[in-house]
Structures are given as C-alpha cells and as structure tokens.
Write a protein that binds this ligand. Structure first.
Ligand code: NAP
Length: 251
C-alpha cells in the first residue's frame, strides 16, 4: 500500500487531498498543528477510509515538528509521497509598504523554510527507500507565486520561493527516480479565503475567471491523485495551474 505524508491535512485543501488518497487505497500520514482530540472528527473520516492512516500533531516550522512527522511515518512503514500542502496567510492584509518584519518571518518560516527543511530531510529518506510505488514530492504553492498582491506580499514571496524549491529538488532527485511537482491553486473555497469570499465572489461574477466559480479542495485533490498514480511519470519540475483559468491571457 503506497503511503503519502500530507501536511496541513486537517482542513481545506489538505483535507480534500488526504481523504481522496485514503479512499483510493493510500495510507496517509496526516499532519496538522492541532491536537488529535481537536481533530477527532477528521481522524474518524480518515481512518474509516484507510484504517492504517495516522494523524500527527506537528508544526512544520520547528525542527521538533519535522522530526516527529518523519519518525511517525517510519513507525508505520515509511512513505513514498510527500505532499507539502501546509501553509498560512498573513494575519493582517497590510500594504507592502507597511508589512512588518514579524509577519514576513512568520510566513517565510512556515511556508518556505519549514517546507524546504522538511523536504530536505524527507528526500534523504526517499532516496534510500525501496518501493514499488511512485516516489514523489508535490508542492502546493499558489498563483501568488507569480501574481502580485500588494496587500500580502509576504505570502507571494514565500510561494515564489517554494516554486524554486520545486525546481531545485526536481533537478537533484531525478536520478533517484523521485519526481517533484508544483501545483498552483487559484481561489479555493477554504478557511483561508473565508474572509475574502464575498470580495472574490463578486470578482468572479464580474469576469475574473473563465471558469466562473471558486475552486474546491477536490479540484486540487484530483490533480494530486493523478500525479500520485504515476500518470505524469515522464515529467518533473512541472507547474500545473489549477485556477479556473486565472492565469490565461485574455483579450
Ligand atoms: P487552511 O484551510 O487554512 O488549512 C491549513 C492547513 O494547514 C490546516 O490543516 C492547518 O492545520 C495546517 N497548518 C498550518 N500551519 C501549519 C504548520 N506550521 N505545520 C503543520 N500544519 C500547518 O488552508 P488551505 O486554504 O486549505 O490552503 C492549503 C495550502 O494551499 C496552503 O499552502 C495555501 O497557501 C495553499 N493555497 C490555498 C489557496 C486558497 O485559495 N485556499 C490558494 C492557493 C494556495 P490546523 O488545522 O491544525 O491549524
């Protein structure tokens, strides 16, 4: 049974990814910051689909948290796929000229540095892993890796950095049969976008997107599943926009 670590699995996009993979026969090492008792309903959903799956309460921005994720994965037999989905938005949408160092540090530490260091440690284990499953790393970045939003520049910077992390590991790990992919969600309906849902809905109704709806976690989950199954085996370092056509140039 292939095993996938999914960070940020308890809510939103990660929840969608982890539950779909679990349903399709994957063992999941699900990661979130909250305690297991706080996410009991999610764990119930997960293990009803995939009884050998586990939940790990860990913060990817800390060395202890990252070590706990990999130790827990080792205890259930190791992993084949790492889905780097955990990410945060700024607490306050401040103009670029007013962005605080504290907020910049917070975003970089979790979205970029934490993800990079987890990937680095995970990659060493994947290199050694003997498995029939497809070995891969999937980074969930954002359209913000290329799109300027001056009210959350620290988020854009962190995702642009993560985009380079994808390229670097794709280059470094190809010789070991480990492919690395980047998925860029557009506007997806989750807790993260709840505060701007009305604003974005109005923009979508006004023609922002060729596909006139917010994305759902399942839209991202299906792409992860297609990658996990190995349907894109002759590609690495690739970027896929899952954004309702947001990045399509139009006249
Ligand atoms: P969300 O609803 O806010 O959920 C975030 C998840 O990440 C939660 O499970 C949370 O765990 C976990 N998490 C947060 N910080 C963590 C940390 N330091 N260590 C481990 N887990 C952590 O977010 P989302 O909208 O699903 O977004 C998921 C990813 O997609 C993020 O990387 C985000 O940047 C990206 N994305 C989202 C959108 C969008 O429109 N929603 C668009 C583009 C990209 P707890 O529940 O325990 O807090």
């Amino acid at each position: 049974m292939p095993c996938a670590i999914v960070t940020g699995a308890s809510r939103g996009i990660g929840r969608g990814i982890s539950l779909l993979l679990a349903e399709k026969g994957y063992k999941i090492v699900a990661v979130g910051t909250r305690s297991a008792s706080d996410v009991a309903e999610y764990i119930g959903e997960l293990t009803s689909r995939s009884p050998e799956s586990i939940y790990v309460s860990a913060d990817i921005s800390t060395p202890d948290g990252r070590a706990r994720i990999l130790d827990s994965a080792a205890q259930v037999g190791g992993f084949d796929i790492l889905v780097n989905n955990a990410g945060i938005a700024p607490k306050v949408r401040a103009d670029l000229l007013e962005m605080t160092e504290e907020s910049l540090d917070r975003l970089i530490n979790t979205n970029l540095k934490g993800t990079f260091l987890l990937t680095q440690a995970a990659a060493k284990q994947l290199i050694e892993r003997k498995t029939d499953a497809h070995k891969m790393i999937i980074n969930i970045t954002s359209i913000s890796a290329e799109t300027s939003s001056t009210s959350r520049g620290e988020y854009c910077i962190s995702k642009a950095g993560l985009s380079m992390v994808t390229k670097l590991f794709a280059d470094r790990l190809a010789e070991y049969g480990i492919n690395v992919y980047e998925l860029r969600p557009g506007i997806i309906e989750t807790d993260m976008t709840a505060v701007v849902k009305d604003k974005y809905t109005a923009m979508i109704n006004g023609g922002l997107l060729p596909i006139k709806r917010m994305g759902q976690p399942s839209d991202i989950a299906k792409a992860v599943y297609a990658l996990a199954e190995g349907y894109f085996a002759y590609t690495t370092g690739s970027v896929m926009n899952i954004d309702g056509g947001f990045t399509l140039s139009r006249l």
